[in-house]
Design a protein around this ligand. Sequence first.
Ligand SMILES: Cc1cc2nc3c(=O)[nH]c(=O)nc-3n(C[C@H](O)[C@H](O)[C@H](O)COP(=O)(O)O)c2cc1C
Length: 183
Amino acid sequence: MTRIGYLIGSFAEDSLNRQLAEVLVGEAPERAETSEIDLRPLPLYDRHLDEDFPAEMTAFKEQVAAVDGLLLVSPEHNKGVPAPVKNAIDILTRPPKQGVLSGVPMGIAGASKSRFGTLSSQTQLRGMLPQLGVPLMGTPQMTVQVTDETFAEGAAGAEQLRRRAGHYMEALTAWIEQHAARG
Ligand SMILES: Cc1cc2nc3c(=O)[nH]c(=O)nc-3n(C[C@H](O)[C@H](O)[C@H](O)COP(=O)(O)O)c2cc1C
């Protein structure tokens, strides 16, 4: 089994990105085992915490260390990466020499009502994550413009998203397997 941990970058109860994550994990191939790694309990990182790392941060790092790869599903805030996602990335790289992010294969996805579907924030992540040692899947991309149809059961747009999600999750699972095989 390929263990994929998924992170959701929105804390909104009716989050579009949580809905997108549900479609994605619902379409994951049978050989993938998906579980959410919740960002909501994480305090805001500050470097003084390095000396006495909070339990929530340590638990979060342990959950990431226990999976084969990650899927980040996140909105875009002010054309950039939302604060909870940046905070999570910072936590995963700390304390110095004790980071757990480097080498973890990852895919990114996002939904927004904008025509660009989180493209700006995904572009930021594409600049940032490889520099942290993350093997980041290049294609297929999953930038989703949400319309009234996207999550409406039986709608053509929802069916189209499901097919796209299946293709994406197959590619992500293969990407993670490839990197796991290389060690
Ligand atoms: C502070 C803030 C900034 C936002 N900036 C953007 C943006 O730059 N681009 C965009 O597409 N949507 C932006 N939005 C709208 C979000 O995409 C929208 O709220 C969407 O529903 C977020 O996904 P979520 O439902 O999963 O939280 C912004 C929302 C907030 C609260």
